[in-house]
Design a protein around this ligand. Structure first.
Ligand SMILES: [Zn+2]
Ligand SMILES: [Zn+2]
Length: 442
C-alpha cells in the first residue's frame, strides 16, 4: 500500500501528466502566456485571500503537497507549525494546486516509512468523472496525440485507430454533472447517518473546485481504522457481496409461489432500501422505466401494469413479492439485484481505502477551473451552487480568444456559446475558459 501513499487523487495525477504534454504544445505555438496569466491571477487571489486558508485541524501532524506551475511537479512531505506559516507559504510560492494528508503523522515532513502514522480521517470522494452522465457525450472530447483521431466522451484506454495511449483530453463540466455528483453525495450522507449512526455534526462536505465533492469524517474513534476496515466500509456502501437470501429472496429452490421477505421498508440498511426501491419501481407507471431492469420484457411490464395494485398491496401488507405467469421468482430476483445496483453509492473507492491519501486543501484554487475548494456545512449542501458559491475571482473583466465552448453559467449569469471569437468576460468566466484550455489571452 506504500506506493498508493505517494499518490494524489487519481484525476489530479493524470492531470499533471497531461499538463506537461499540453505545455509542450503551448511552447511550440508560442502561447505560453495562458499559463502566465493564470499564475498571475492566482497570485493576486492569494495576496488578498491567503488568510482564509484555515484548514485542516491538527495542522502540525499533517503532510502537505503542492503542484508547481509550469513544471507541473509535485512538492510534497511539507509540514507547517501553524496556519500562518502555511498561508505565507502559499502566498509566496503560489502553487497551481494544494493538498493535505487525511492522515496524521508524528513526523509529516519525513519520507513515508519514517513518518510515524497516527491515524487517518475517514474520507469519501464522489466525482462526476465516475458517474455515467449523458451530458459527457456532448461536452467532453479527446484527441489521440499519435494519429490525431478524436471522439466525444471519455478518452479510450487505447486509440481505436493506432493503439496509442497518449491523448489530449478536453473536459468540460456542466450543471448536470455537478448535480449528479451532489445527489450522490447527499445519498452518501444519508447512509452514513442512518446506517453508520454518524451524527451530521461529524460530517463535513467539501466541493473539490472541479467535478466533485468530498465528505470528511473527523472522529477519534475512526482514525485508527486500517485499510482493511475501510475496505469493509467501501464494500458496504457499494452493496457488494450482499446475499439476497438474507432478506428472504431465494436464489435457488422455491421457484414457485410468492416470495415472503423478512424485511420491510422501515428495516434499516440495505434490506429497507431494496424494498423501497422495489416499491418505487413498481409504483412508477412509466413503461420505459419498467423495462430498464435486466430481464424485464413487454409481457412482464404488461403483467405488472395489470396487477400493480394487488402487487403493491401484498408488498406493503405482507412483505410479499407476488408471482404470476411470467413474473416469477427469477424476475423478482432481477428486480432486487437492480435495486442493489441503483442504490450503490458511487464513491471513488481508492480515496477511502488509502490511509496516506493527499486531498485538496480547502480555500485554495483549482488549476483546472480557477474555482475555490469550498467547505460546505452538510445541511447547506442541497442549496450549494458551485457555479456561484465557489467563484474565486469576483472583480474585473478581461478579453480572451475562445476556441469553442457551449453555453455556461457563472454567478447566475449565462455566457456563450462562443466559437473562434474574442470576447470580454468577467474575470471568473474568462479564468474558467483559460484554465480549462478553451481560450487564450488576447
Ligand atoms: Zn491514434
Ligand atoms: Zn455535464
Amino acid at each position: 500500500m506504500h506506493l498508493e501513499g505517494c499518490r494524489v487523487q487519481e484525476d489530479e495525477e493524470s492531470f499533471s501528466v497531461l499538463r506537461k504534454e499540453s505545455l509542450g504544445v503551448q511552447i511550440k505555438l508560442g502561447v505560453i502566456t495562458r499559463e502566465e496569466i493564470i499564475r498571475r491571477k492566482f497570485r493576486e487571489f492569494y495576496e488578498k485571500k491567503y488568510r482564509d486558508i484555515t484548514y485542516p485541524t491538527r495542522i502540525m501532524e499533517r503532510e502537505f503537497g503542492f503542484l508547481v506551475f509550469k513544471e507541473g511537479i509535485m512538492v510534497r512531505h511539507r509540514s507547517f507549525r501553524d496556519y500562518s506559516e502555511l498561508q505565507d507559504y502559499i502566498r509566496t510560492t503560489v502553487p497551481s494546486d494544494a493538498y493535505y494528508s487525511t492522515a496524521y503523522y508524528q513526523r509529516p515532513e519525513e519520507e513515508m516509512e519514517k513518518k510515524g502514522w497516527l491515524g487517518t480521517d475517514l474520507c469519501f470522494d464522489i466525482d462526476a468523472d465516475h458517474l455515467n452522465t449523458v451530458c459527457k457525450q456532448t461536452h467532453d472530447s479527446w484527441k489521440c496525440l499519435e494519429c490525431g483521431k478524436g471522439g466525444f466522451g471519455e478518452a479510450p484506454k487505447k486509440c481505436p485507430k493506432c493503439k496509442g495511449k497518449r491523448f489530449e483530453e478536453k473536459n468540460w463540466f456542466c450543471k448536470d454533472c455537478l448535480q449528479a455528483a451532489k445527489d450522490e453525495t447527499i445519498k452518501l450522507i444519508d447512509v452514513l447517518k442512518a446506517d453508520f449512526g454518524l451524527p451530521l455534526s461529524k460530517l463535513e462536505a467539501c466541493f473539490s473546485g472541479n467535478r466533485g465533492f468530498h465528505i470528511h469524517v473527523e472522529d477519534k474513534g475512526l482514525i485508527g481504522l486500517d485499510q482493511w476496515a475501510r475496505k469493509e466500509i467501501v464494500d458496504y456502501l457499494l452493496g457488494s457481496g450482499i446475499d439476497l437470501s438474507h432478506y428472504g429472496i431465494p436464489s435457488e429452490g422455491n421457484k414457485r409461489g410468492n416470495i415472503i421477505m423478512n424485511v420491510d421498508s422501515k428495516t434499516l440498511g440495505w434490506g429497507g432500501r431494496v424494498i423501497k426501491y422495489i416499491y418505487d419501481y413498481l409504483s412508477s407507471a412509466d413503461e420505459k422505466k419498467l423495462k430498464e431492469v435486466k430481464g424485464i420484457d413487454g409481457l412482464i411490464v404488461k403483467t405488472i401494469l395489470e396487477n400493480r395494485e394487488s402487487i403493491l398491496s401484498e408488498l406493503v401488507n405482507k412483505a410479499a413479492l407476488k408471482t404470476f405467469e411470467g413474473l416469477n421468482v427469477k424476475t423478482w430476483e432481477d428486480i432486487a439485484e437492480s435495486a442493489l445496483k441503483a442504490n450503490a453509492i458511487k464513491i471513488d473507492t481508492v480515496v477511502t481505502i488509502d490511509i496516506h491519501r493527499l486531498i485538496r486543501l480547502p480555500y485554495t484554487l483549482h488549476r483546472k477551473t480557477g474555482f475555490k475548494v469550498v467547505v460546505i456545512p452538510v445541511e447547506e449542501l442541497a442549496a450549494f451552487d458551485p457555479f456561484a458559491d465557489a467563484v474565486a475571482f469576483k472583480d474585473g473583466v478581461f478579453k480572451v480568444h475562445v476556441q469553442d465552448v457551449q453555453r455556461f453559467e457563472i454567478s447566475k449569469t449565462e455566457y456563450g456559446p462562443y466559437k473562434d471569437e474574442v470576447v470580454e468576460l468577467p474575470t471568473a468566466a474568462a479564468m474558467l475558459l483559460l484554465c480549462k484550455g478553451f481560450a487564450d489571452p488576447v
